[in-house]
Design a protein around this ligand. Structure first.
Ligand code: GTP
Ligand code: MG
Length: 219
């Protein structure tokens, strides 16, 4: 089995990230359209993935707040780009993106947020990394591939993050992990190492925090 903790995330960084996220974290704003984006003043790390994959829950886990990003049982709840500021003074922003691939959403709504996300990803100068979340129960699905292709084309580096690892058996998790890692190797902008997380159990969260900090700080 490959390493769970990527080698570029030393313990000092994990500790630095722990302290940063234990400090000030504020919801900044919710942008339903591009004209409402905040000024590009700080490095940003975005969270994307299919509807219900656990984006908001992961942001809650990373920031150690129960409900800073709304997590819901109703798929498609997050339909705007939600910005959170981390640090005092502010060091970085997290962006909770609308989920994709929700079959029941009206076509017009889907098209609207696809365009919002695409334009954001292509044009956001301060965007340092995107976390592409993949459900441990499902692995990479066609809408994920579409997202990954878009990021490859935009040359926006991304990390693949398995979510809800607590929901599957160890053997199943390992099979999904291997399959997703194999897929990652086919994508030019994807990190080869995966993050395996559970927002529910706290698994992989400390390392993900460190990765976010490392990504935000890189130039
Ligand atoms: N067991 C378990 N459930 C989780 C985990 N993360 C999220 N969930 C559940 O999955 C559901 C969806 O989580 P959200 O965080 O709202 O997902 P989202 O990706 O933000 O969804 P949208 O905003 O609708 O796209 C909720 O019922 C969460 O409680 C996890 O690590 N383990
Ligand atoms: Mg959400």
């Amino acid at each position: 089995m490959e390493q769970l903790v990527p080698p570029e995330l030393p313990p000092e960084l994990v500790e630095q990230a722990r302290r940063l996220f234990a400090g000030k974290v504020d919801f900044l704003l919710s942008a339903p359209q591009l004209q409402f984006l905040p000024e590009p003043d700080f490095p940003e790390v975005a969270f994307g993935g299919r509807s219900n994959v656990g984006k908001s829950s992961l942001i809650n886990a990373v920031t150690g707040r129960k409900s800073i990003a709304r997590a819901s049982v109703t798929p498609g709840r997050t339909q705007e780009l939600n910005f959170f500021e981390v640090g005092d003074p502010v060091q970085l922003r997290l962006v909770d993106m609308p989920g994709y691939g929700f079959a029941k959403a009206p076509v017009k709504v889907v098209e609207r947020w696809k365009e919002l996300v695409r334009t954001f990803l292509m044009g956001r100068t301060v965007l340092r990394r995107t976390m592409v979340l993949i459900d441990s129960r499902h692995g990479v699905k066609p809408p994920d591939l579409e997202m990954m292709k878009m990021l490859d084309e935009a040359a926006v580096g991304y990390r693949l993050v398995l979510t809800k690892a607590d929901k599957v058996k160890a053997s199943e998790l390992e099979a999904t992990r291997a399959a997703v890692a194999a897929e990652a190797r086919k994508h030019s902008a994807a990190y080869p190492q995966l993050h395996v997380t559970s927002a529910e159990k706290g698994m992989g969260i400390a390392e993900l925090r460190a990765a976010i900090l490392a990504d935000a700080m890189q130039r």
